[in-house]
Design a protein around this ligand. Structure first.
Ligand SMILES: *Cc1c(COP(=O)(O)O)cnc(C)c1O
Length: 403
């Protein structure tokens, strides 16, 4: 028996992971054992401030009492019933989401799923019920990994091994209104956009782009479908990132359950009537535990005034990160932040940050993404900003010596 801490915990599990899990994600960086607020600890007892938040998922951070209470109470009461039946949390969550969207009960309908890709699958099927099949999507888009959502995702490396994918999808440059107008025709079922592209490294739609998309969709009788799986539920300091327009379809997941798996496909107005009995289904989607989790997330965001908190800390974080000249651009809204580095050293930045006790993410070789829990504190933000120049020193140290 090996008794050293490292070998019996982190090291041992890395090997066991490699032997027993499919190699879809590469080697895990850490074996994490517990969390509190925006902090997590690894098996060696090292503490990290989590600026990734489970990829924009842990809205309330780790082990938030309101989430624990809601999930525990619901599971002790009624954990799963199938969609032959309903439960109060399911109906209340649907009503609450329609409320937050500003359309209210009667203004739309919700289909619950367990993930973002499933929310997009539901929406993709919904668009087919228009009688049209053509979908216009943006370059750089990420909509998920199941076959339908993958057909709507632009990254060639993700798509190529799985072609043929469900067809009649074309991609246009993100943010280019003229290209969008040229691509949409009277046979287009839907325009699908992320208001802020997450996996591409946080690209923000230029002013007026979504309003133009709304007009173009209306001109051709097409649906406007917004994927707010990453940008929604308070991430940007607002409930949704799409601002002053009303989409026909909106998909949610990531932050919705605060870490408990749940997604939603919401049809607004007539789009909420397109899926009819027999058209779609799910065994787990809309289960009462997931819905109770989401209700707790929403109530906590309201009770703790987190939208304002996200706005304030987002400004502070963006300004602080941008102050270093090795950061060439910072983009974002609220705590949905992407930054460009002066060299393709994002992997080295993530490694140096981890060493220094901060979890960051590198969606592309030159870009860092920062999507922490919405409850992250000013002290946590200050800690990163203090460490930031040193992290960049370490990451850029090898730069001059590269071949
Ligand atoms: C993460 C993400 C998805 C996919 O969600 P999963 O829960 O991983 O299936 C879809 N769309 C966007 C915008 C995302 O960020």
């Amino acid at each position: 028996m090996n008794t050293t801490t490292t070998t019996t915990t982190t090291g041992g599990y890395q090997e066991r992971y490699a032997a027993s899990l499919m190699n879809t994600f590469g080697a895990p960086k850490l074996l994490l054992t517990r969390g509190a607020g925006a902090h997590v600890w690894d098996a060696d007892g090292k503490e990290y401030v989590d600026f990734l938040g489970g990829i924009a998922v842990n809205a309330l951070g780790h082990a938030h009492p309101a989430l624990i209470e809601a999930v525990t109470t619901q599971l002790q009461t009624l954990g799963h019933v199938s969609n032959f039946f309903t439960t109060a949390p399911q109906v209340e969550l649907a009503e609450k989401l329609l409320d937050l969207l500003g359309v209210g009960v009667g203004g739309g309908r919700v289909f619950f799923t367990n993930s973002g890709t499933e929310a997009n699958e539901a929406a993709f099927k919904l668009t087919r019920r228009t009688g049209r099949t053509h979908v216009v999507v943006a370059e750089g888009a990420f909509h998920g990994r199941t076959m339908g959502a993958l057909a709507l995702t632009s990254k060639e490396a993700y798509r190529a091994p799985f072609e043929p994918l469900p067809g009649d999808v074309i991609f246009v440059p993100f943010g280019d209104t003229d290209a969008l107008a040229a691509a949409v025709t009277d046979r287009t079922a839907a325009i699908l956009l992320e208001p802020i592209q997450g996996e591409a490294g946080v690209n923000i739609a230029p002013e007026g782009y979504l309003a133009a998309a709304r007009r173009i969709a209306d001109d051709h009788g097409a649906l406007l479908w917004l994927d707010e799986v990453q940008s929604g539920m308070g991430r940007t300091g607002a409930w949704f990132a799409h601002g002053g327009i009303t989409p026909d379809v909106i998909t949610l997941a990531k932050g919705l359950g605060g870490g408990f798996p749940i997604g939603a496909c919401i049809g607004i107005g007539a789009a909420g009537e397109l899926l009819q009995p027999g058209n779609h289904g799910t065994t787990f989607g809309g289960n009462p535990v997931a819905c109770a989790a989401a209700l707790a997330v929403i109530a906590t965001i309201e009770d703790e005034d987190l939208l304002e908190h996200v706005t304030v800390l987002g400004h502070k974080l963006r300004d602080g990160l941008a102050a270093d000249p090795r950061v060439t651009e910072v983009r974002g809204a609220g705590l949905f932040i992407g930054l460009d580095l002066a060299a393709d050293v994002s992997a080295a930045v993530v490694a140096a940050a981890q060493e220094a006790g901060f979890i960051l993410n590198n969606p592309t070789p030159g870009r860092i993404r920062i999507v922490p829990p919405l409850v992250i504190t000013a002290d946590d933000v200050n800690a990163l900003l203090t460490a930031w120049p040193g992290i960049l020193d370490t990451a850029f140290a090898g730069e001059g010596e590269q071949p």
